[in-house]
Design a protein. Structure first.
Length: 584
């Protein structure tokens, strides 16, 4: 969000810029050609929010003083929280600690509709709630939740039955900073999930900023200093005498300084976790807002080295530090390596960093056709998924400005305050080989309305095998979009799990799953993190095109062990359990 706020009138620019700490705005970018809304194919998504019984409205709080956390919005999560095999939904809100509104928790019923189970869940609290991370931190087989806040973070243990216990203080989680995206990962490979929190800026709510026309507006990050990320090591639960059912079984220690993650501040917003350099240990990419990105390479001794510059992921091809917000990680060209797609301002261009050779990235935005979109927007939530199951991952982006537009964009869900910030979302279809075509005009349900969207999550919500989308937007109703793409190819979903007790298992965060089918080897990383402030199911969802059988699976587990598993028929879910495969 590399915005430079301006003063209200030409004659007062210099004076007010000094007083307010805001810079005059740069010349506006060249106009983007008018969007061609002529569809050239069938739609991919339809809005089914009301049909499913989801009725959550994001509360951004009072709008009279333009507090910056308000414009950054809140995330959402798609995750099976009660273990019944059906994804549930969590929506965050940021009306402030004294607001009447709370987060929203929705349990999916057997008939596919949702019921509001927020009250009494433990998640029914107000606040400046920003991001959510999902992971089983106490190895009991149930996913737990971490919620970041403007000046805070809260850890909740899953007690079953859609009930959650706040164990933040007992677990040793302290983050008095502006927390943004977060991720669980096993960085030391000890079998317990650790926690990485991306922190944003040292914001002063009393600092005024102005729009280009002189009106009060939201500040940009250049006005404030960035802050360092936090890394918390999971100590492996409490001692045996503390494992009673009524006591928390989670304990973390802050290793931000010792790991060096806390040594380099920056205005961080997005995160992606994967073994980028191929040594079998998880690394971390952080998207920074108007500063070089960070690529934290795991040194396998409890420390990380920041290597974004030598590995090509810090700057764009033109050597610029764009406004990094959301991150989508996926293999765009099916070469077995994880690529990174990062969203930016509408005056910039979203960037695709293609990996190759392993551990080295190159800006491939233009080569991938991503500069020729039908329109530009300020992107936040984003993800890669194969929506039409043709064997190539596509890209979804949700948009919404952070500075006031000269003319308001009419939108059915926008109040007069938010109308000048509204933009349309985008869908980009992978046409093969990692080249993309803008198909936004084909899907008015997702891309045809004006919104100030932030959180975006993806998962097979209705259980039909196709990835659906869930959106949380500033000051609007949350939306659920069902995948209705025609002529979809075949697919498989893979749950890679590790045993954590005699009967319990948990998702193998960090596992690399390769699906061999139709002569192609498609790779996915098991992770719940990504997008912007949001979490999606840790399932390897793979489109197979016309392939009618899976030849086999290759899994590299989080501890570096490798196993192969037999394949089988398609259009179904597989569960691969560590220790039950064969050594390659």
């Amino acid at each position: 969000m590399n915005l430079r706020s301006s003063a209200p009138a030409a004659g007062l620019v210099a004076v007010l810029a000094v007083l307010a700490g805001c810079r005059p705005a740069p010349d506006p970018p060249p106009p983007v050609p008018a969007a061609d809304d002529s569809p050239d194919g069938p739609p991919w998504f339809e809005d089914v929010t009301a049909r499913l019984g989801v009725d959550f409205t994001h509360d951004p709080g009072p709008t009279d003083k333009y507090p910056m956390p308000q414009i950054m919005g809140s995330g959402c999560a798609v995750c099976d929280l009660d273990g019944d095999g059906r994804p549930d939904l969590l929506f965050l809100t940021n009306g402030g600690p004294t607001a009447k509104s709370t987060n929203g928790l929705y349990r999916q019923k057997p008939d596919g509709t949702f019921e509001d189970v927020t009250a009494g869940s433990g998640l029914d609290f107000p606040g400046f709630n920003m991001g959510v991370a999902v992971g089983d931190v106490d190895n009991d087989g149930r996913p737990d939740l971490l919620i970041t806040q403007y000046t805070g973070a809260r850890l909740f243990l899953n007690r079953g039955g859609m009930k959650f216990q706040d164990v933040t203080a007992e677990a040793g989680i302290k983050n008095p900073l502006w927390g943004a995206s977060a991720a669980f990962l096993d960085f030391d490979r000890d079998g317990w999930l650790d926690l990485f929190i991306v922190n944003y800026i040292d914001y002063d709510p009393n600092w005024p900023c102005r729009s280009r026309t002189g009106e009060a507006d939201y500040c940009g990050p250049k006005t404030f200093h960035g802050t360092a990320s936090k890394l918390f090591r999971n100590r492996g639960g409490r001692l045996a005498q503390d494992t009673a059912a009524d006591k928390p079984r989670a304990a973390f220690e802050d290793v931000s300084v010792g790991s060096r993650v806390g040594s380099v501040p920056g205005p961080g917003l997005g995160i992606a976790v994967a073994d980028f350099d191929g040594d079998g240990w998880p690394d971390v990419f952080v998207a920074n807002d108007g500063q070089p990105n960070r690529l934290w390479i795991n040194r396998r001794d409890g420390t990380f080295a920041e290597e974004a510059v030598p590995r090509g992921a810090a700057y764009t091809q033109m050597g610029q530090e764009y406004a990094g917000m959301g991150v989508a990680a996926g293999d765009a060209d099916n070469d077995g390596l994880v690529d990174l797609f990062v969203t930016h301002l509408g005056s910039e261009t979203n960037t695709l960093w293609r990996q190759g050779p392993r551990g080295v990235f190159k800006d491939a935005t233009a080569a991938a056709g991503l500069t020729a979109t039908k329109w530009r927007g300020t992107g936040f939530g984003t993800l890669m998924a194969d929506f039409d199951h043709d064997g190539w991952v596509d890209i979804a982006v949700v948009n919404g400005r952070i500075d006031r537009a000269r003319a308001a964009s009419p939108g059915p869900g926008l109040s007069p305050h938010w109308a000048p910030y509204g933009e349309r979302n985008q869908l980009l279809a992978n046409t093969g080989g990692g080249r993309f075509k803008d198909v936004s005009a084909n899907t008015p349900g997702f891309c045809g309305y004006v919104t100030v969207a932030r959180g975006l999550a993806c998962g097979d919500v209705d259980g039909d095998g196709a990835p659906d989308l869930v959106v949380n937007a500033v000051g609007e109703k949350a939306r659920v979009f069902r995948n209705v793409a025609r002529d979809r190819g075949h697919w498989v979903k893979v749950r890679a799990v590790v045993p954590v007790g005699p009967t319990a298992t948990r998702d193998a965060y960090g596992a690399e799953v390769a699906v061999r089918a139709g002569g192609t080897r498609r790779v996915r990383v098991v992770s719940s993190a990504g997008s912007f402030l949001s979490a999606s199911p840790p399932v390897a969802h793979v489109g197979l095109g016309p392939a009618t059988a899976v030849e086999g699976f290759d899994v590299t587990w989080p501890d570096g062990a490798r196993e192969t598993f037999p394949g089988g028929t398609v259009d179904r879910e597989f569960e691969l359990r560590k220790g039950s495969g064969k050594k390659p």
